[in-house]
Every structure is written in structure tokens, then in C-alpha cells.
Design a binder for this molecule. Sequence first.
Ligand code: CO8
Length: 261
Amino acid sequence: TRSYEYLLVSEPKPGVGQVTLNRPKALNALSTPLITELNQALGELNSSDSISAIILTGSEKAFAAGADIKEMAPLTFSEAYTKSFIESWSQLTTQVKKPIIAAVSGHALGGGCELAMMCDILYCTETANFGQPEIKLGTIPGAGGSQRLTRAIGKSRAMEIILTGKSVSGVDAAQWGLAARAFPSYEALMEGALKTAETIASYSKVAVIAAKEAVNKSQDLPLRDGVEYERRVFHSLFGSQDQKIGMKAFAEKKKPEWKHE
Ligand code: CO8
């Protein structure tokens, strides 16, 4: 892997790639150069044959304190519009087929909360601090916050967060379904994320990618179309070697040896 200015990329366990946002002086504020590096790093992990699951994390103090306010402050409408400011953020969700676990400790504000919500599984510490404080800056969420937060926790709670700019704790985030789980400490969070990533990495890569794709369709499609989409993908997996390997191993009471094909 190449080295980055604002990221650390590692492979903490075989099959698991980890990207750590590393711009400590600005609490991991998501500047355009940082997002460019993030897209690059995730693109590389996505195409790496050895990686099956990805962890995206920040520091104990901050997952990310939002888009870079100092970078955004002087932007004009024409500049933002013509250069499609923040559009490259969406590459994260459209280009990465492998599951991404967000491990959130500390601040996940504005674009930081939005980045965490773009991931596939969200884990946090009980003391994590989620919020969409854009209203305090005279603007609104711009990387999916008004849509993804509302889907995750419902309209009334999302309205309260977005209209007041008040943050919520990791405990509430987990209770409301924004996070899958809240862990009592930073160490427990990182251990939990790694364990889940390892579990995912122990399965057939083809099946894992298909499962992520099918779940994500539920966010875009009406139920009937989504169920049909799922069935088509399910049918297509009878064409994979791993389906034969997995079901045969079950019948023989053996551990499956995936071919990832
Ligand atoms: N952008 C730029 N710099 C930041 C940001 C940020 N979002 N957050 C923190 N920093 C910098 C601070 O300016 C400070 O730098 P310096 O030492 O040079 O003054 C350094 O990080 C440390 O920050 P603090 O001293 O403020 O640390 P505290 O522990 O006192 O406070 C807070 C932590 C509460 C997180 C505080 O820093 C804060 O309120 N930050 C801003 C949070 C915020 O408003 N985020 C939303 C930004 S808007 C947004 O994300 C819009 C998303 C739109 C879509 C995506 C577009 C790209």
C-alpha cells in the first residue's frame, strides 16, 4: 500500500483492511484532499484480492468533526455547483463492493456523521458524539444527512437533530438504530469491529458482496422490486462454486473451504 498524508492504511488481520483517518490537528475534518485520499485507499482495498472486509475509523477523540469549515467558508455557489463540491463523497457508497464497518469514537459531526452513515455497519463507543450541526453554520447537511439519518432513526428524531444542531450519544445512537452497537470503551469498539470484520472475511467473498448489494437495494427500491431483485441475485448464486462448497460442507459436517468464486 502507498502512504498517505491524511490516512493510515493497514491490514490488522488477514482479509481485513483498515483505513484510519489521520488529520489529528483538525479532528479529522474532511477536506477535499482527505476525501480524495480516502477514495483512493478504499478503491485499492476494494480491488485487492486479499481483502474481504474494511474498517473505517478515526481517533479515540474524533471519527471526523465534519467537512472542513475553513475550506468551505469562502466557496461561492458557482464554484460549488460547477465543481460539484462533495460529489466525490458518493464514490464511497457506489464504488466499494466490500462491506465497510465504521468504528466511531468521539465526534462524528456533520460530514463525519454522514461519512459514518455511508458505511455498511456502524459501531460506536457509548460516549461517541453524533450530530448534524450545519444549522449553526447557516447551512444544512450536504452529504446525505437529511436522508440517511431520517431513514435510520425516523423523521421526528432526525428533525430534532438537524433543526437544533444538538448531538446524541453513542448510547442513544445504538438504541435508535443509527448504530448496530455501542461499546463501553475505545478498545472494546476496535476489538468488536475487528471481530465482525474477521467473521465477514471468513465467508465466501462472492456471497458477502451479493449480500451487501441486496441490502443496499432496500434503500432505493420499493419492497416488491427489492424482493424480486434479491431473488434474482439469490438464483444467480447457484452459479457460484461457493454455494456448492458451502452446502456440501454442511451436509458432510465439515468446514467449507471457499474458492471465492
Ligand atoms: N473544519 C475545520 N476545522 C475543524 C473542524 C472542521 N469541521 N472541526 C474542528 N476543527 C479544528 C478547529 O478549528 C481546531 O483548529 P485550531 O487548533 O487550528 O483552532 C482544531 O480542529 C481542534 O478543534 P477545537 O479546538 O474546536 O476542539 P474542541 O475539542 O474544543 O471542540 C468540536 C471539538 C466540538 C468538534 C469543535 O471542533 C467543533 O464544533 N467543530 C465543528 C463541528 C461542525 O460544525 N461540523 C460540521 C461541519 S459542516 C459539515 O460537515 C457540512 C457537511 C456537508 C457535506 C460535506 C461537505 C464536504
